[in-house]
Ligand binder design. Sequence first.
Ligand code: NDP
Length: 241
Amino acid sequence: MTTTIDKTILISGASSGIGEATVRELAASGARLFIGARRSDRLEALAAELGATVAWQKLDVTSAENFAAFAEAAEARFGRVDVLINNAGVMPLSPLAALKQDEWTRMIDVNIRGVLNGIAAVLPRFVAQRSGHVVNVASIAAHLVLPSAAVYCATKYAVWAISEGLRQEHDEIRSTVISPGVVATELGNDITDPAIASALQDWRQKSLTPDAIARAIRYALEQPEGVDINEVIVRPTAANM
Ligand code: NDP
């Protein structure tokens, strides 16, 4: 194994999909990984499979206290924190008129508040050590709006704006947005509207596998300190949206 990333990296939403693929990609590059999500059985199995450079702790990104404790535990385990990958996200799509306000709240809490909680958990460390890298997983939904996706797109536009603000405010901290097109994962399995759940299956006919996004994240992390990859948009070649 060649070590190309000598860093301690925190990853939220590491229990499936893009997060899990990113853990596998970065573990193969020699990075030290501290991985979080709510389904701790999956984290435990992944860490056991990949070895001592991967440690885990249960994480609910909607809790600022929980995220702060997660970052502290990572520092206690590996001695420092270099990178945060804010990957956790949810996408229960529905038309606005369905008034699924609980689902709107959940998207705002996980996709926006979760990203901010993550930034709050690492930013004082990054400022003090005068280096650090925040990678936020947004979406092509940070660049377009579709019917039934108004709130999801709003949360991803917000992730884009927060990332850009972080970039502008700090000369020594890198800020990267990764914006995937359609990827075959568990995202959207909680859609409660049958017609939209079926439409999602149609979109997934042209989709990436999660390792494609993991490689884009690795590309951003591998750059020299003075190079900040601000955004990478990755779509399936055949995509028309
Ligand atoms: P998955 O559903 O496979 O993964 C989502 C991850 O988020 C899971 O690990 C889940 O873990 C975690 N998560 C959800 N809620 C919380 C929470 N409250 N606290 C901590 N972790 C949480 O989907 P993807 O891999 O596709 O999604 C990853 C990111 O990629 C998301 O931000 C998504 O919006 C984005 N994205 C995905 C695209 C796609 O087509 N798949 C396209 C564009 C962007 P657990 O349930 O165990 O907590």
